[in-house]
Design a protein around this ligand. Structure first.
Ligand SMILES: *Cc1c(COP(=O)(O)O)cnc(C)c1O
Length: 191
């Protein structure tokens, strides 16, 4: 049996070793040394230029939409966790749903262009269950129509496409470190 959402717990001594470091530093908030170390290690592991750790996987989606959505229409997928769409609505943008591939369950890139209007600002697509979206096709469409691309990569930690982490595609990729996700932290930090 494969437990797809079973939480990985390290040996307790390894864990308490890090807790001891946190106690020694006496720095528990506002980008302490251990958070910076985690960011550095994740940058190396994922091969990405920039990472910001936040408190969960929903907040970075909202930050991305706030930055790039500009209160316009955002083309997105109906097949995702609710946070993908709720982030769009929360940031006063309008979700425009495009259907998904029956096989891969990711947004069907061949249907995106028909949904673009003069109000469209972004494409927010989810890589589903380890299946990356067709990132090359989406990049071509985004360039042609001058749109930004956000990927909700909460299911795709450790997934590579064309020899590099899927986190390298799009303008922003977000992740969740919830205890049911592939890489998790007790503090639920996310990128
Ligand atoms: C889990 C998940 C999120 C939200 O992550 P939280 O850490 O629970 O806020 C967003 N998108 C997808 C696709 C997810 O699976």
């Amino acid at each position: 049996m494969i437990n797809v959402t079973k939480t990985f717990l390290p040996p307790i001594e390894e864990y308490t070793g890090w807790v001891q470091k946190a106690f020694d530093k006496f720095w528990l908030t506002n980008r302490g040394e251990l958070v910076l170390l985690l960011e550095q290690k994740l940058k190396e592991y994922l091969g990405v230029d920039w990472i910001a750790i936040t408190n969960n996987g929903t907040v970075p989606l909202q930050i991305a939409v706030k930055l790039l959505g500009k209160r316009g229409e955002i083309i997105t997928t109906p097949f995702s966790f609710v946070a993908t769409t709720s982030s769009i609505v929360w940031e006063n943008c309008t979700p425009v749903f495009v259907d998904i591939h029956p096989e891969f369950l990711t947004i069907d890139e061949t249907k995106i262009e028909a949904a673009i209007t003069e109000k469209t600002t972004c494409i927010l697509a989810t890589h589903v269950f380890g299946n990356p979206c067709d990132v090359d096709a989406i990049e071509r469409i985004a360039k042609k129509h001058n749109l930004k691309v956000i990927y909700d990569a909460a299911h795709c930690f450790g997934v590579n496409y064309n020899g590099k982490s899927v986190f390298n595609y799009g303008d922003i990729s977000t992740c969740s470190f919830h205890a049911t996700k592939i890489f998790h932290t007790a503090g639920r930090y996310s990128v």
